[in-house]
Design a protein around this ligand. Structure first.
Ligand SMILES: Cc1cc2nc3c(=O)[nH]c(=O)nc-3n(C[C@H](O)[C@H](O)[C@H](O)COP(=O)(O)OP(=O)(O)OC[C@H]3O[C@@H](n4cnc5c(N)ncnc54)[C@H](O)[C@@H]3O)c2cc1C
Length: 562
């Protein structure tokens, strides 16, 4: 038992777990990171990071057989021959879709930090005030001011490129040099700004080192080369991942132990001591069971897996899952509505091009219901667009001279616009454990029962109308609306189920991500989210994690946890 005793345990090594590990180790705690997947070392385990298309057996396409066997992960745009080793195959990790839900996962050291799209926007005060003001979910127990210093703290370390805009809907952060809009994007930006005084159009913010600072060089990371082949793992460590950044930093302290291939089955609640003492682990390869013990436990297994672990952590005291006296564990799951797109073309600018493969798009912060309720739907959506030229490597032509000729000329400009809509957390959108099906490690399968509602349809309609109107006013032609009709989950921003709040009767976590009824357990991945906002969520998970570790360690020093 002694060798299985640590000061802290972190479950999961992805974006939020990496941050928990770094912060706990830097504060001097002997920390065990339990990761269900295989080990992935920065650089060494990025087999395709510099591969050319002709070096891949299927020229970077996924064979038909794989598509048939794994329909869910194949719907993810980033799943290709060069990245497939970082994604979970449906056939290997089944779950129950009570309603269609595309659950995209990355089970390895680094989790989805290797394969995320790296877009990073802070929440605004309007997002934290949303549920309280509009009367849905529960009021967040924190406000923007509580998180702002922690956003700054993580942004400095991660390296976020962005422009200073002074917007209250999308607060500025600690930015590296911003990427540039191309000429058509600027033209659209200016025309939209000229017509609408409620719409801001800015270059995207993303976790790329456009000009590395000392803090990044010390991590062994270098400048982004605009290859945009990030999902393979970056040879320069230029985008943020746990593997290139937080985990090596944690390791340098000498306080980190990472145990890959460790499937956390549940948390151990000692009924006599009246507290959580550790975790039960099943070895992924040998299937052997082990227990590990610690004074404090951080759950960072990704939103739905953290729900699963807590629901599976039953004891005499908590027969329905850890801390679940209220019965709301697994409920109020929400996500982002990505269904709407608007495509268009742009005439002119034929003598203009742009540099590289920029890893971000243009962003328009939410402009609906921001300061008060104004529409016939709740909340709103963020809009993204980008413009590019066809041709140059993308021309469709037969092989040979004709192919080379077609691919050496840039084609016409096209414009792509998409939405990222807030969804309203509802009790009926929930996850639960299968009563009769288990995976090969003896863990019940997760049943997912999450769907759209009328509010989502209204938001989609509004985006289509506004998107088309804006692109028309911006001078685009051939404008086409699209509804991907994609299932929830494919947004890969699933959140909630273990939400924060003030009252243990209506929430599981307090304002420091600490379980109301199990105070040495902290949940700082997407499961903690009371509402979804319209921003890409991961930078908020990072900030909340660093903040929660700071609080947990202070509480341990005071003797309140441990
Ligand atoms: C293609 C794609 C694009 C994305 N783009 C963006 C974006 O632009 N911006 C953004 O903010 N977010 C984006 N995301 C989402 C982002 O990846 C997630 O929000 C983020 O990774 C969540 O961090 P996490 O720590 O909660 O989970 P993860 O990074 O998924 O890490 C969880 C870890 O826990 C491990 N684990 C799970 N269960 C167990 C268990 N029982 N025992 C032990 N270990 C376990 C997993 O193997 C995994 O390593 C994108 C995701 C994908 C796939």
């Amino acid at each position: 038992m002694k060798s299985n005793q640590f000061d802290a345990i972190v479950v999961g090594s992805g974006i939020s777990g990496g941050w928990a590990a770094k912060e706990l180790c830097e504060k001097g705690l002997k920390t065990l990171v339990l990761e269900r997947g295989r080990d992935v070392q920065h650089l060494k385990d990025y087999p395709t990071m510099t591969s050319a298309p002709w070096e891949m057996p299927h020229r970077n396409q996924i064979p038909r057989e794989d598509k048939l066997e794994n329909p869910v992960v194949n719907r993810c745009y980033a799943y290709k021959e060069d990245t497939q080793h970082f994604f979970v195959k449906d056939s290997e990790h089944p779950y129950v879709q009570e309603k269609p839900f595309d659950w995209v996962r990355g089970y390895q050291v680094g989790g989805k930090s290797l394969i995320w799209a790296r877009q990073t926007q802070r929440w605004s005060k309007y997002d934290f005030e949303g549920p309280g003001r509009d009367g849905f979910a529960v009021d967040w127990p924190i406000r923007y001011e509580d998180v702002a210093p922690w956003y700054s703290y993580v942004e400095r370390f991660v390296g976020i490129s962005g422009s200073y805009e002074g917007l209250d809907t999308l607060p500025d952060g600690e930015f590296l040099k911003a990427w540039e809009m191309n000429c058509v994007e600027k033209e659209i930006q200016q025309r939209i700004k000229a017509v609408y005084d409620d719409r801001d159009v800015i270059i995207g913010r993303c976790a790329h080192l456009t000009e590395p600072k000392e803090v990044h060089l010390q991590q062994g990371r270098g400048q982004c080369m605009a290859r945009n082949q990030c999902y393979r793992g970056c040879p320069f460590g230029a985008y943020f991942s746990s593997n290139s950044s937080t985990l090596p930093t944690a390791a340098k302290t000498g306080n980190l132990t990472i145990r890959p291939d460790s499937v956390v089955h549940s948390l151990i609640y000692d009924d006599q001591k009246g507290k959580v003492t550790g975790v039960r682990v099943v070895d992924r390869v040998t299937k052997e069971s082990t227990e590990y013990f610690a004074a404090v436990i951080f759950l960072n297994a990704s939103a739905l897996n953290t729900n699963l672990i807590l629901l599976n952590s039953t004891s005499k005291r908590f027969p329905d899952g850890l801390g679940n006296d209220s019965g709301i564990l697994g409920k109020y799951v929400a996500f982002h509505n990505y269904r709407g797109v608007v495509n268009a073309n742009y005439e002119g600018f034929d003598d203009k091009y742009y540099f590289g493969r920029r890893p971000t798009a243009v962003m328009m912060p939410n402009f609906r219901n921001v300061k008060k309720q104004e529409m016939d739907f709740m909340r709103g959506y963020m809009t993204f667009y980008s413009a590019g030229r066809a041709g140059f490597g993308h021309a469709d032509a037969p092989f040979g001279a004709e192919f080379k000729e077609a691919n050496s000329k840039p084609g016409p400009w096209s414009v792509y616009m998409m939405m990222q809509g807030e969804t309203i957390p509802k009790e009926s959108n929930h996850v639960s454990l299968s009563p009769d099906q288990q995976d090969e490690w003896g863990v019940p399968l997760l049943q997912i029962n999450v769907g759209y509602d009328e509010n989502d349809e209204k938001i989609l309609r509004d985006f289509h109308e506004q998107g088309e109107e804006m692109l028309t006013k911006a001078g685009c032609i051939n404008i086409r609306r699209g509804d991907s009709k994609q299932s929830p989950g494919l947004d890969i921003h699933e959140m909630g189920g273990v939400r924060m709040g003030r009252d243990p009767k209506t929430s599981l976590l307090n304002g420091f991500n600490q379980m109301h009824l199990a105070p040495n357990v902290f949940v700082t991945d997407g499961a903690c989210m009371t509402s979804t906002g319209t921003q890409n969520p991961s930078i908020t998970y990072m900030a909340l994690t660093a903040r929660a570790v700071d609080y947990a360690v202070k509480e341990m020093k005071k003797g309140n946890i441990g």
